[in-house]
Ligand binder design. Structure first.
Ligand code: AMP
Ligand code: ZN
Length: 509
């Protein structure tokens, strides 16, 4: 429920006294309605180390950037964690009514990609294009929605050169004699604000930062924006030398191009806090003269035997490995059963538990579907109506958990409670409307989690014809919403409608 500040109440009383009460009440009603279904979300911000109220820069819109994978191999399930959790954040925000512009990049030029290309005797773009396609297949299996834009570093080189030049012009970067361009870390006063490190701490580690070949740096803390080409590497022309960009600059540039200079959320795994995200802040804020991202979100590690899963340690399973044993939505369910900021240990037992948990929901929905098919058309009884209200409380619980920094673990518990409730109160004598309401509630909540719990059954020809007939009638009575809904339902079952002069024809897609 919304709460009113003292100030708002004073204004209300004042308005009443000047005969504008009716007008004012109308505005107030609108305000109550808006606040009623728009409880403020709390988001943990790595920048402030606190949960903060989520207030977007532009009302009703969210601009969000998630650092994507370096594409030189099949993605492992550690890489899948940020994909799944931030896709769920996106879905929940959309459920709250926000329009989310979601950008996630592919890093398609990097030492590891070049090494793999050389091993295979091919070029870097062949490797990156292959693994972008493979990554997209894995995302589809995990029900990760495609981003609004998936930019690729190698297609944004001009923008990177432009930003690097701006940084040089503003005194935040310099070119060394061999053409390497460095960011002058000490020129940016806010350096360290995300990782909560100060320059003095970093200075004590200076020795280790000074690796051979980097003696030309003015300061050991400076980092690379552009580097000269080496034999057998892809390169681009630039004002400083033929070469390629450093890793950090790509995200600053792509975020600016596709989302603007100031964005709401920037996200990734917690290993990216330092130096990647710290460097992105320095580059973007120094170049644009504006704050970069309002909220910084980071997922915890997916571990194996309490060690971070990573390609370099060799302790990983690819998403493809898992898909041989499980439906990939079991992996999604497993990931969401923990809070996104907590470390999560991968084990065969936990995957089995996730499989069973998901199965419980699927079975409940399929029982409801069976009962619905055979239920009578009678109206909902008073008792059933009261139960539907009770069921809605589980949805409130779900929202409450998600509003609290996307606590998917508690949100899933709320789904289980709803399933238990549905299992106890749905019976053969229940009305169809009641059963449908229970089912819709479960499907709506699982949908926000990106889980498909309703088994798609093949429609019989008569069922298709009946739905087409209903759609025609809905159109006649100008009920276009229902007509569109029927078309979408059919499309979801692989049935495409074609409006022809002779009438509506359908075919299987
Ligand atoms: P990379 O391809 O290494 O740049 O990683 C792509 C994304 O996956 C980044 O957001 C990383 O932080 C994240 N990531 C990599 N390994 C793990 C892991 N074991 N657990 C969670 N996130 C990870
Ligand atoms: Zn990035």
């Amino acid at each position: 429920m919304p709460t009113f500040s003292k100030g708002l109440l004073m204004v209300m009383l004042f308005a009443q006294s000047i005969h504008q009460a009716d007008e004012f009440r109308k505005c107030l009603d609108k305000y109550v309605r808006q606040r009623g279904n728009e409880e403020i979300m709390k988001v943990y911000n790595t920048l402030s180390k606190k949960k903060e109220d989520f207030v977007p820069i532009e009302e009703g819109k969210v601009r969000m950037y998630v650092c994507g994978p370096t594409v030189y191999n099949l993605i492992h399930i550690g890489n899948a964690r940020p994909m799944i959790v931030f896709d769920t954040v996106r879905r929940y925000m959309e459920h709250k009514g926000y329009e989310v512009n979601f950008v996630s990049n592919f890093t398609d030029v990097d030492d590891k990609i070049i090494k793999k290309a050389n091993e295979e005797g091919t070029d870097a773009s062949t490797i990156s294009e292959r693994y972008i396609e493979e990554c997209k297949k894995d995302m589809e299996g995990l029900h990760v929605k495609p981003a609004t834009t998936h930019p690729q570093a190698t297609r944004e080189i001009d923008g990177m050169i432009e930003m690097i030049q701006t940084l040089i012009d503003k005194g935040h970067a310099y070119a060394a004699p061999d053409g390497t361009v460095y960011f002058k870390t000490r020129s940016f006063p806010g350096y360290g604000k995300l990782s909560h490190k100060n320059l003095d701490d970093l200075r004590s580690g200076e020795r280790s930062l000074l690796v051979s070949g980097e003696e030309q740096k003015e300061d050991p803390l400076d980092f690379v924006l552009w580097k000269p080409k080496k034999e057998g590497e892809p390169f681009w022309e630039s004002p400083w030398c033929e070469g390629r960009p450093g890793w950090h600059i790509e995200c600053s540039v792509m975020s600016k191009k596709y989302l603007g200079e100031e964005i709401d959320i920037h996200a990734g795994g917690e290993d990216l806090i330092f130096p990647h995200h710290e460097n992105e802040i320095a580059q973007s804020e120094a170049a644009n003269g504006k704050p970069f991202a309002k909220y910084w979100m980071h997922n915890g590690f997916l571990n194996i035997d309490n060690k971070k899963m990573s390609k370099s340690l060799g302790n990983f399973f690819t998403v493809r490995d898992i898909s041989e044993k499980y439906d990939l939505q079991v992996l999604r369910f497993f990931m969401l059963s923990a809070h996104y900021r907590s470390p999560l240990n991968f084990s065969a037992e936990l995957m089995e538990a996730a499989k069973n948990g998901l199965e419980r929901i699927v079975t409940c929905v399929s029982n409801l579907s069976f009962l619905i098919k055979n239920a009578g058309d009678g109206a909902m009884s008073d008792e059933e109506r009261a139960k539907v209200k009770e069921a809605a409380e589980f949805a409130d619980k779900f929202d409450e958990a998600m509003d609290d920094d996307f606590n998917t673990a508690d949100a899933i518990s709320a789904i289980f409670e709803l399933v238990k409730f549905a299992n106890t109160c749905a019976a053969e004598g229940s009305s169809r409307a009641f059963l449908q309401a229970l089912k819709e509630e479960i499907v709506a909540l699982t949908d926000i989690c990106g889980l498909e719990v309703e088994k798609k059954q093949e429609l019989l020809d008569e069922e298709i014809e009946a739905l087409i007939q209903e759609r025609q009638e809905a159109r006649k009575t100008k009920n276009f919403a229902r007509a569109d809904e029927i078309r979408d339902t059919l499309l979801g079952r692989g049935i495409v409608l074609e409006d022809t002069r002779e009438g509506v024809k359908w075919k299987k897609a």
